[in-house]
Design a protein around this ligand. Structure first.
Ligand SMILES: Nc1ncnc2c1ncn2[C@@H]1O[C@H](COP(=O)(O)OP(=O)(O)OP(=O)(O)O)[C@@H](O)[C@H]1O
Length: 264
């Protein structure tokens, strides 16, 4: 049995200042195996975040179902942790305090809590910075704290919405490699939304390519590149081939968007 099973998913939103409802995601079916790293790509507004938030239990479903380990998702739960684009850290708490915060919410306490927090901080490579406060960290370091906080509560599934979107290209690449190292040790199932084609390939066991109007899955591409991966893989023929395939998908979406704008 797959760990995440999405069947015939549909999500509707209300248009701003209107009673009219539109379908943001429709007829989405997806299976994700335990421990798999799945990236989600597609042009802006095609429903990537909506799909991720639905798995997080933060968006209501209009149609279909989502199951995690056979249990229907009907709201947020401790089996899932979300990492957003902006590191949402408490500025008055240290790195350790921030990581402990998530654990406190789940009623951890005492020495266990401190040990668990430090274990996660070391896992993301910030052992020396545990007493620093968010304003004393770089953007990449802040996102590591965010990831440590998400992993600390030991979720089954890690949901990431453009977690490196606000970082510069070089830091982003470093964070990608770091994330894979962490993921390989933490052995979590991961769903990762990104605009970046190279990032989508580099991280994934499989890539979900979404199309728009309404958001749907166009293709699921299996990535057979060997692991562990490093930047050298970006120059391999297989990587180039996958990049070409994804670019073609996105170009197709862009040209259909232009057509809609011209007709309008
Ligand atoms: N809370 C909301 N209420 C109404 N419409 C929404 C809401 N959230 C998203 N939408 C709309 O739903 C559609 C899908 O949005 P979503 O953010 O899921 O797309 P996305 O692929 O993640 O976009 P991007 O890549 O730009 O972040 C868009 O048309 C967006 O405007």
């Amino acid at each position: 049995m797959a760990q995440i099973e999405i069947r015939d998913l549909g999500i509707d939103y209300r248009k701003p200042k209107s009673t009219e409802v539109f379908s943001a995601v429709d007829s989405v079916a997806l299976s994700v195996e335990k421990g798999e790293f799945v990236t989600i790509v597609g042009s802006s507004g095609c429903g990537k975040s909506t799909l991720l938030m639905a798995v997080a239990g933060l968006v209501g479903l209009a149609r279909g179902s989502i199951e995690i380990d056979g249990k229907r998702v009907d709201g947020p739960g401790p089996d899932r942790a979300v990492v957003f684009q902006e590191a949402s850290l408490l500025p008055w708490r240290s790195v350790r305090g921030n990581v402990k915060f998530g654990l406190e919410m789940q009623r951890w306490s005492g020495g266990d809590l401190n040990e668990r927090a430090m274990q996660m901080i070391r896992l993301v490579g910030l052992g020396r910075f545990s007493d620093y406060h968010p304003h004393q960290l770089s953007g990449g370091m802040r996102q590591r704290v965010n990831i440590a906080r998400a992993l600390a509560v030991d979720p089954e599934v890690l949901l990431m919405d453009e977690p490196f979107g606000a970082l510069d290209a070089q830091t982003r690449e470093i964070m990608g490699t770091e994330l894979l190292r962490i993921w390989e040790r933490a052995k979590k199932t991961a769903l990762f939304v990104t605009h970046d084609i190279d990032e989508a390939i580099f991280l994934a066991d499989k890539i979900v390519v979404m199309g728009r109007n309404p958001g749907h899955i166009k293709e699921v591409i299996k990535v057979d590149l060997p692991r562990p991966r490093n930047e050298a893989i970006l120059d391999s023929d297989d990587f180039h081939e996958l990049r070409k395939r994804l670019r073609a998908h996105l170009a197709e979406d862009m040209s259909s968007m232009q057509l809609v704008q011209e007709v309008a």
